[in-house]
Design a protein around this ligand. Structure first.
Ligand code: AMP
Length: 420
């Protein structure tokens, strides 16, 4: 399958070819034809699958065709893409820019934490495609700088993350202002009940597309597990990063405070690192990301929310300084490396308290992560019972939607890896 088989118009094909895209990813192959036929879409997919292009390409094409057919006067916002984080919003707008470079469609990205002045000025000049985070969008709607009355295409991106970040009420308020006649594309990596309910409200007779990057991504990535005492994690990290073959590494921590602390420790050890998390200003997040992408900074330390959707080409290593309590998060994290078919390396630290998280992760990915024993901080006592793949679903595994929380509570969610 090539993009030439997807009934795409010449200016889009040319832009894709300049981006170096030759073959559509599975989600693109499945979603693009349906979207071009004006169907609603429910996409179970996360970043790394090519989902941005899966909605951006057909939206650009449909809007271009409508523009050609009508003698357009004033520009009005006809496509709205709502996404939870500033980083994602920026990346989505960059994608529209890249794929639409030979079209006459204007796009804008708006997000909070920065002055609204230049955003409002761009809105006044007229735009066709708006990429937004919920808070700033509502704010500018309330100030009457934005009207959604002409929206024909609505994309809700990372719906489950909207829920996690407490944006669902904002999203509902935005949805209430959308015209009833529109095409809606809904993306979520997981489908907890509240998200399913939102999808039911928003979508009409949707085509369902489900892609399973976890299995394929996980298989491409060389994973290893380092058993280590909590107090030795920092020394182990520094020990590993002394290896200069690690060109770039994204280090994940559970907390913002942890991210800051590790960054300081690394810097003290002479390893250039920057942190990115929700307490950092928009400017410092962008500059940390830019420095990392341009390889000025070798190590980026991030929390899950800040890192979700960050798209870094050629990221060679992901290091889980803390193991996540939600097994799907492990898959999301290590999926930052090994993108678009490239291989990558994922290193994880596991202390005593995290062993139950490890068990859940291995169950989800259905394999044992090889244990690295040859390091100065190994804890031989922890090399316990190896993971045994389940031969059949036992009744106790019926509860496999339940996720552990550090406090011992449960979190509900269901990944498409489990459904696949
Ligand atoms: P996304 O899942 O939208 O975050 O995309 C993940 C990465 O894959 C981005 O860096 C895209 O530029 C890249 N990508 C998307 N579609 C393709 C494709 N068909 N061929 C090569 N790379 C792609």
């Amino acid at each position: 399958m090539s993009f030439n088989n997807l009934q795409l118009i010449e200016p889009v094909l040319k832009a894709l070819s300049e981006e170096g895209y030759t073959t559509p990813t599975p989600i693109q192959e499945q979603a693009i034809p349906s979207i071009l036929q004006h169907k609603d879409l429910l996409g179970c997919a996360q970043t790394g699958t090519g989902k941005t292009a899966a909605f951006a390409i057909p939206i650009l094409q449909l809007m271009h065709q409508e523009q050609q057919a009508s003698q357009q006067g004033r520009r009005a916002i006809k496509a709205l893409i709502l996404t939870p984080t500033r980083e994602l919003a920026i990346q989505i707008e960059e994608s529209f820019k890249a794929y639409g470079k030979y079209l006459d469609l204007k796009h804008l990205v708006i997000y909070g934490g920065v002055s609204q002045y230049s955003q409002v000025a761009s809105l006044r000049r007229g735009i066709d495609i708006l990429v937004a985070t919920p808070g700033r969008l509502l704010d500018l709607m309330q100030q009457r700088h934005i009207s959604l009355q002409d929206i024909k295409y609505f994309v809700l991106d990372e719906a489950d993350r909207m829920l996690d970040m407490g944006f669902v009420q904002d999203v509902r308020r935005i949805i209430a202002k959308l015209p009833a006649r529109r095409q809606t594309l809904f993306f979520s990596a997981t489908m907890p009940p509240e998200i399913q309910q939102l999808a039911n409200i928003l979508l009409s007779n949707p085509v369902k597309v489900e892609v399973t990057p976890p299995a394929s991504t996980v298989d491409l990535i060389q994973q290893s597990m380092y058993y280590v005492e909590k107090m030795n994690k920092r020394s182990l990290l520094i020990h590993l990063l002394r290896d200069t073959t690690i060109e770039t590494a994204l280090v994940f921590t559970r907390t913002k405070h942890g991210a800051d602390k590790i960054t300081k420790d690394l810097s003290r050890a002479g390893i250039r690192a920057e942190a990115i998390h929700g307490n950092k200003s928009q400017n410092s997040r962008q500059s940390a990301l830019q420095n990392f992408k341009s390889r000025k900074t070798r190590i980026l330390v991030a929390t899950d929310i800040a890192a979700r959707g960050i798209d870094i080409d050629d990221l060679t290593h992901v290091i889980n300084y803390d193991l996540p309590n939600i097994p799907e998060t492990y898959v999301h994290r290590i999926g930052r490396t090994g993108r678009a078919g490239a291989s990558g390396i994922a290193i994880s630290f596991c202390d005593y308290e995290e062993k139950m998280f490890l068990r859940d992760i291995q169950k989800l990915i259905a394999k044992a992560i090889p244990v690295a024993k040859d390091h100065p901080f190994d804890v031989p006592l922890m090399h316990g019972t190896p993971y045994q793949p389940a031969t059949q679903q036992s009744s106790s595994s019926n509860n496999n939607n339940a996720r552990r929380s550090p406090g011992g509570g449960k979190r509900y969610g269901r990944s498409f890896a489990q459904r696949a």
